[in-house]
Design a protein around this ligand. Sequence first.
Ligand SMILES: Cc1ncc(COP(=O)(O)O)c(C=O)c1O
Length: 388
Amino acid sequence: MPLFNVYPLYDVTPVSGKGVYVYDDKGAEYLDLYGGHAVISIGHAHPKYVEAISNQVAELGFYSNAIQNPLQVQLADKIEALSGCKDYELFLCNSGAEANENALKLASFKTGKSRVIAFKNGFHGRTSAAVAATDNPSIVAPINAQQAVTFLDLNDIAGVQAELEKGDVCAVILEFIQGVGGLDQGTAEFFEQVDALCKANNTLFIADEVQSGYGRSGKFFAFQHYNVTPDIISIAKGMGNGFPIGGILIHPNIEAKFGLLGTTFGGNHLACAAGLSVLEVIEDQKLIDNVNVMSEYFIKIAKTIPQIKAIKGRGLMLGLEFDFEVGDLRKRLIYENHIFTGGASNKKLIRILPPLTVRREHINMFFEALIEVLAEIEPAEELQVQKI
Ligand SMILES: Cc1ncc(COP(=O)(O)O)c(C=O)c1O
């Protein structure tokens, strides 16, 4: 049976990984500055992670949500301790889209309203309400388009105010750093005013931290760079280091009741074991400190390269913008230099989403390769990596 052909594929077949490297079927090594799309947080095949998952699957991989599962409680406590998000409650699911789907559904249950405010260039996943709140008509099917969503420009606070005052908006959902869209960010003033307007208008503020969460921005959550209190925080990618797990942190102003949300696989034993070991490694290896140090190092070097027109994002969720489309550049980095990077809807931007364990030597390797490729594209430029 052929695979349903929805992905344009690079001609590389990774079969194993270790730390920030993956290895293909011919034994070639690739530097992974893409992290399998911001998913690999603690590095490929981290020994503690491998041990935790292996031990758990040998004991009990799965049982339904109808029984006590102390691993879910341990995971919730660990998320609270590392994120500093006191008082929130945790609901576990399996992916980022599902996290946002549940977040939007909960906002609608809580407020009794149904319209959503989302932002241009935002991405929230491919399920029903999540895809309707994603600003990409090509992935919204007619069945999804019946959801009422209004898209505004980032930083359009007057627009947010006018829409919320109409009284029918259940949620404002946003990424504090836009991932798929291309690493754009709103201003602190904008985020803080959105927070206040939501609270004044009985609208829930949903922070989509699916990509920016779990330390990638240099704080546990990207919203923590601002003075805001989201009602719901959605999480996924870095949470399981590749094991499918997602969740929402729910503010106590939203009351749980039996049957309100549910899932078969969400929060299963194996997923919780993966999630717990990720948090233990983030804590033990002080990976959020590493994010900040490596981010600063990366940005300093990037600033010395004249072809880079803008450096976007923060932490290890960074974008390098050029004044030309970067498809060819990224292909050369993969095939000639064996370095994975990410793309974005903004075709002139390379996304850098490495495992949070990345070190200076990897960043140096990237810039050496980038300069080499840029010199082939624009031979006039004579550049050398300035190691700082
Ligand atoms: C910000 C954001 N939200 C939601 C999603 C959807 O997550 P998933 O692909 O796990 O459904 C993504 C995926 O790229 C994302 O970047």
